[in-house]
Ligand binder design. Structure first.
Ligand SMILES: [Zn+2]
Length: 256
């Protein structure tokens, strides 16, 4: 089985669309196409044809290109069964544990509610790839527009349980702002300090900070560390349960 090619397309202010291409089968998926035209441009340039759209959730900056791409390419649109009424043009409805294929590569679906109810993530184990949408960002997590802290913490735990070698392809370039906030939570965290200066450098060079490595996220992302002793000491939240700690960190980020 040949490796997947993942092409990152920065669009709008800070969104990422990903094209996932399997050279063996020739199949290509577009993950969260906010808009159609940059996707069409890359498909043309690469000589790829679009087989699928994989949506993580219903927000317009993730699904805005769905119908135009479907019309132009005849691709099938894949999304959460829980969000079927809110995802334009959906053809294939997925739930926890379902598998979707691109050639012989299989992505496993996790239901990760919190940012929205009905948000899903796509994990391609063999390629160490996670499309986390607006659930898990580098050094951050999505705002709780529809879900509760309980739901989001449970969702983040599912993703935290994945292997350290997983590459996290999130849907926004938020890292520099996220590490600034994270440093207010854990100012003495060395992994976080390293990530902060690395992210700053990458952005100054006009480069993307995404994907990030999940093993490292576990060491510096405060939203994955609501049950971590160092974080509890640093925040004065010792003795509180993880959901309360998570909710408090999320609240602080909302007003940061
Ligand atoms: Zn969103």
């Amino acid at each position: 089985m040949s490796d997947l090619i993942i092409h990152q397309i920065p669009v709008l202010k800070d969104n990422f669309i990903y094209l996932v291409h399997d050279p063996e089968s020739g199949e290509t998926a577009a993950v969260d196409p906010a808009i159609a035209s940059p996707v069409m441009d890359v498909l043309k340039e690469k000589g790829w044809s679009l087989s699928y759209i994989w949506n993580t959730h219903h927000h317009n900056d993730h699904t805005g290109g769905n119908l135009e791409l479907k019309k132009a390419t005849g691709c099938s649109i894949v999304g959460a069964v829980a969000d079927a009424s809110r995802i334009p043009g959906i053809d294939i409805q997925l739930a926890e544990g379902d598998l979707v294929s691109i050639g012989q590569h299989k992505a496993k679906i996790f239901e990760v509610s919190g940012h929205t109810v009905g948000h899903i993530a796509y994990w391609i184990e063999g390629d160490h790839v996670l499309f986390s949408g607006d659930t898990l960002f580098s050094s951050g997590c999505g705002r709780l527009f529809e879900g509760t802290p309980e739901q989001m913490w449970a969702s983040l735990l599912k993703l935290r349980n994945l292997p350290d070698e997983t590459n996290v392809f999130c849907a926004h370039e938020y890292t520099v702002a996220n590490v600034k906030f994270a440093l207010t939570i854990e100012p003495e965290n060395d992994s976080l300090k390293r990530r902060a200066s690395q992210a700053q450098r990458l952005r100054e060079d006009g480069k993307s900070t995404v994907p990030s490595n999940l093993g490292e996220e576990k060491r510096y992302n405060p939203f994955l560390r609501a049950d971590n002793d160092s974080l509890l000491s640093a925040t004065g939240l010792v003795g509180q349960d993880a959901v309360s700690v998570f909710a408090e960190i999320r609240r602080r980020k909302d007003v940061f």
